[in-house]
Design a protein around this ligand. Structure first.
Ligand code: ADP
Ligand code: MG
Length: 677
């Protein structure tokens, strides 16, 4: 009775121009015992025929009968049973699982079919007696010679006592001595079962085969009788090898580990970026407010003077009406409006401080009452009305020592002043008391004196610049009465806000007057830095969004590449397992679940890691990273949306790559994976 029988069996690959007829209408019959050789040139279709018999490929036409049963009609369970119990496969390059010992490789099909591991090993050991040295059994394939590996592969094909052993070029990679040993072994085995050996070695086949089938360009022929069907039973896949499969190769372990670390770094850096994204803005805002050293502005009124018949118009700055300014500031609780005499003082002067000479930039700060100065500085014992005190910034103090607080500062400047009908040399000599320090932006820290504005006002009113019998004119009088085009015109008011909590409303007012057609023109250094801070923080946010997007793509790529590398490293061992009769879905699970876990675990671990990292960074950069803000999500709709969106997209990435990997595993072509390189 024939064991295998084929009728009009054919296999074509590809379509159209690239169509290859690998096997054409083969009518063959294989007996239950004996050594059948299949011979032909390379590319003639020998492997195709063997793969069809082993059911590693589906035929494109024709039938294969096995023990009288149509192999094409087998359901998945029957196919498993067929691979586990009915056929044993041998390949040119052995296809052993690289990280298992020869003994475990031999025992593997038994375990797959549900045997106890120790019994399977025992049986494998008995089977190997006389064929492989006992000492070799514990070695891994890469520690053995080709001949030894091939004998182990033959033992593996034999261990389930199959009805047939199908061997594709089993001697192809061996030297002559080993090739003969293998042929002798196969010949011995063929007394009790069918052994089909594909080879292009005419001489060897002629010596050992009972019968040789020649294939030429996919064509071969043989006629036989019909047989009756018999059902094929299935062995249950044991759980053991799922475990074993998961740790199949050291290489895949390493890949799993590198996948874990790559994802860990990716996720953690992504979280850190998100936290920076969430943290930078409030932090900059805080810094912005902190850096506002003084609520000082000047205000003037811009009058447009048009000349007739001309397209040109002239803008003249005038002193606005006091009421207009007061109305504009009415929402503030602590402010004062003073005439501006600061133009009388240069912006930078030499000063004397206890005998030391130095250069400093002058910034007028007035109406800082002693209390406010004290509150600012916790320093000094200034009287409430002592307005001739002044503030200096931190850099100034660092340069001249903390002892300068409370010391007097003498500012000397002189020049020739003139007015209608008079000219006079005037010496400016101001004695100011250093009241304390203001906090300021580090990069603006040139030594700076904030002079006391009322002190100047006082000085100006005491300084008589002109007097005759009828009139006495102080510098202050002169400035107040001068027309706006005169050098002495104090066409501006100075506004001083002394309460810090009024700063924000104050800047809001300045902002509302920043349009071109506003009636009042405010200028304020502090406001300028406030505004540039906000545009800085906007620009930073825009950059961060781009950065986050890139980072996100990077993490996505890491996931895809990790999954891809796991796929590449596992396809071969998977194919071997499936060819030996392992259930496809279980094999896929045992390869995908570990990587799924490794990525999931890295995602989970990245959270505490990112928290620790951001805590450390916050320690260095004072709250710049706002990961903790994630915990208070929901207070801010945008943050919440952003975060959930990111997580969702990552999950999507994750799912897609896994679905893609599972699909790729599902469509793995066994014959292609097992093909001899
Ligand atoms: P050999 O006799 O050397 O074992 P094969 O059976 O491997 O030959 O191949 C027979 C023909 O089928 C060759 O021309 C080969 O290129 C082609 N072939 C085999 N497998 C595939 C495949 N998966 N896709 C396309 N062509 C294939
Ligand atoms: Mg071949």
């Amino acid at each position: 009775m024939g064991l295998f029988k084929t009728r009009r069996l054919g296999k074509t690959y590809g379509r159209g121009d690239s169509r290859v007829v690998a096997l054409d209408s083969a009518d063959l019959s294989f007996p239950s015992t004996g050594f059948i050789g299949i011979e032909g040139k390379s590319g003639s279709g020998k492997s195709t025929l063997l793969n069809l018999l082993a059911r590693l490929e589906r035929p494109t036409k024709g039938l294969i009968g096995f023990k009288g049963r149509n192999l094409n009609r087998m359901n998945p369970a029957e196919r498993l049973g067929f691979r586990q119990k009915e056929v044993g496969l041998v390949f040119q390059h052995y296809n052993l699982l690289e990280d298992k010992s020869l003994l475990d490789n031999i025992a593997f099909p038994l375990v797959l079919a549900g045997s106890n591991v120790e019994e399977a090993r025992e049986k494998a050991r008995n089977l190997a007696r006389g064929i492989l040295d006992e000492s070799l059994l514990g070695k891994r394939p890469d520690q053995c010679s080709g001949g030894e590996k091939q004998r182990a592969a033959i033992l593996r094909s034999l261990v389930g006592s199959p009805a047939a052993i199908l061997a594709d070029e089993p001697t192809g990679a061996l030297d002559e001595e080993n090739a003969i040993k293998v042929m002798v072994l196969l010949k011995r085995l063929s007394t009790k079962r069918l052994v089909v050996v594909v080879s292009h070695n005419h001489e060897l086949l002629g010596r050992y085969a009972d019968r040789v089938i020649y294939i030429n360009d996919g064509t071969c022929q043989e006629r036989t009788k019909k047989t009756t069907p018999k059902p094929i039973s299935v062995g249950r896949n044991s759980f053991w090898w799922i475990k074993e499969g998961a740790k199949e190769s050291q290489r895949s372990w390493r890949r799993l580990l590198s996948c874990f670390f790559a994802c860990l770094v990716g996720f953690t850096s992504l979280l850190c970026s998100v936290s920076f994204f969430l943290g930078n803005e409030p932090c900059l805002y805080k810094e912005r407010i902190r850096s506002l050293d003084a609520g000082v502005a000047t205000v003037s009124y811009e009058k447009i003077v048009s000349t007739d018949d001309s397209l040109l118009s002239l803008v003249v700055q005038e002193r606005p009406s006091f009421d207009l300014v007061r109305d504009a500031l009415s929402s503030l609780s602590s402010y004062s409006i003073e005439n501006d005499y600061s133009f009388l003082l240069p912006e930078s002067v030499e000063f004397l401080l206890s005998g030391q000479k130095g250069e400093a930039e002058f910034v007028p700060v007035a109406s800082l009452s002693g209390d406010y100065a004290k509150e600012l500085l916790n320093e000094g014992n200034l009287g409430k009305d002592d307005l001739s005190s002044c503030l200096v910034n931190q850099a100034f103090i660092e340069k001249y020592g903390a002892a300068s607080i409370g010391r007097s500062l003498i500012v000397e400047e002189g020049g020739t002043f003139d007015g209608p009908g008079w000219q006079k040399d005037i010496e400016v000599k101001l004695s100011l008391l250093v009241a304390g320090v203001v906090e300021e932006f580090a990069f603006l820290n040139s030594p700076r004196i904030y002079y006391s504005y009322p002190a100047i006002s006082n000085w100006a009113s005491n300084l008589i610049v002109f007097s005759d019998d009828e009139t006495t004119l102080s510098l202050k009088n002169l400035c107040d009465s001068a027309t706006s085009d005169s050098f002495y015109s104090n066409y501006k008011y100075r506004i001083f806000v002394s309460d810090k909590k009024d700063l924000q409303p104050f800047f809001d007012i300045l902002h509302s007057f920043s349009t071109e057609d506003a009636p009042l023109t405010f200028t304020s250094r502090a406001y300028l830095s406030y505004v540039s801070f906000s545009s800085l923080s906007q620009a930073l946010s825009a950059c961060l969004v781009v950065f986050l997007a890139l980072e996100f793509v990077f993490v996505g790529l890491v996931i895809v590449l990790s999954v891809l590398s796991i796929f590449t490293s596992s396809r071969k061992p998977m194919a071997i397992m499936m060819a030996l009769g392992a259930k496809k879905s279980s094999v896929i699970n045992c390869f995908t679940i570990p990587s799924f876990f490794s990525i999931g675990l890295s995602a989970c671990l990245s959270i505490p890691l990112a928290f620790t990292a951001t805590a450390a960074l916050n320690f260095l950069f004072e709250d710049l990273f706002g990961l903790r803000r994630l915990l208070r999500l929901g207070q801010n709709g945008i943050d919440m949306g952003l975060f959930l969106g990111l997580i969702g997209l990552l999950l999507l990435f994750f799912l897609i790559s896994f679905l893609a990997m599972s699909a790729a595993f599902r469509h793995l072509s066994l014959s292609k994976e097992m093909r001899d390189e």
